[in-house]
Design a protein around this ligand. Structure first.
Ligand code: GAR
Length: 197
């Protein structure tokens, strides 16, 4: 059974989808802890599913390394096989990425390497893209620059705003994330090999 720690900042809809998938005894992974950089509303999903959670409050970029060290301490308590960044809107310090690499993955609401960063949906709209997408990647020390594990195109429709487009992307993200976690758990997807390319 693959054990997973999930880190969030927001509503945690991807987290919830993973918790629901993992509720099926046949699913080969379990979420063992949920962490956040703020009092994220998504922590309520962890509570509902009886999963422990922790918050290490973000205190500004000048404190990034200290924040990361605290986050790392919390993660180490649980010794997860995999860390999933699921809407964590802060860049992890290199020391934390290196501690987990390549067993640390991220979901992103764009077809990477298109539109990396904190505003993937907004940036696709601003660029006038007619299609964008969703990606799951291995985290490296860049911004959304790690190896792509899964991705799929999503159309941008006339009249879309950031909300409508994001809501079209999120179900795709969820499906990709759940499938990537499953494939890692059953050994179909080798993160070390995926990171070597
Ligand atoms: C997701 O779309 C995730 O890909 C995105 O934040 C959303 C979180 O939604 N992450 C990024 O943009 C990271 N660069 P959720 O909290 O409802 O799962």
């Amino acid at each position: 059974m693959l054990t997973v720690a999930v880190l969030i900042s927001g509503a945690g809809s991807n987290l919830r989808a993973l918790l629901e998938a993992a509720n099926d005894p046949a699913f080969p992974a379990r979420v063992v802890v949920v962490g956040a950089d703020r009092d994220a509303s998504g922590l309520a999903h962890a509570e509902e599913f009886g999963i422990p959670s922790f918050v290490v409050p973000w205190r500004g970029a000048a404190e990034r390394d200290a924040w990361g060290a605290e986050l790392q301490e919390q993660l180490q308590v649980w010794q997860p096989d995999l860390v999933v960044l699921s809407g964590l809107m802060k860049l992890l310090p290199a020391a934390v990425v290196e501690a987990w690499s390549p067993r640390i993955i991220n979901t992103h609401p764009a077809y990477l390497p298109e539109f990396p960063g904190a505003h993937g949906v907004r940036d696709a709209l601003a660029a006038g893209a007619t299609r964008t997408g969703a990606s799951v990647i291995v985290v490296d020390n860049g911004v959304d620059s790690g190896p792509v594990l899964a991705q799929e195109r999503v159309p941008v429709l006339p009249g879309d705003d950031e909300h409508t487009l994001h809501e079209r992307i999120k179900p795709v993200e969820r499906r990709l994330l759940i499938d990537v976690v499953r494939r890692i758990a059953v050994g179909e997807l080798d993160l070390t090999a995926a990171s070597a390319h």
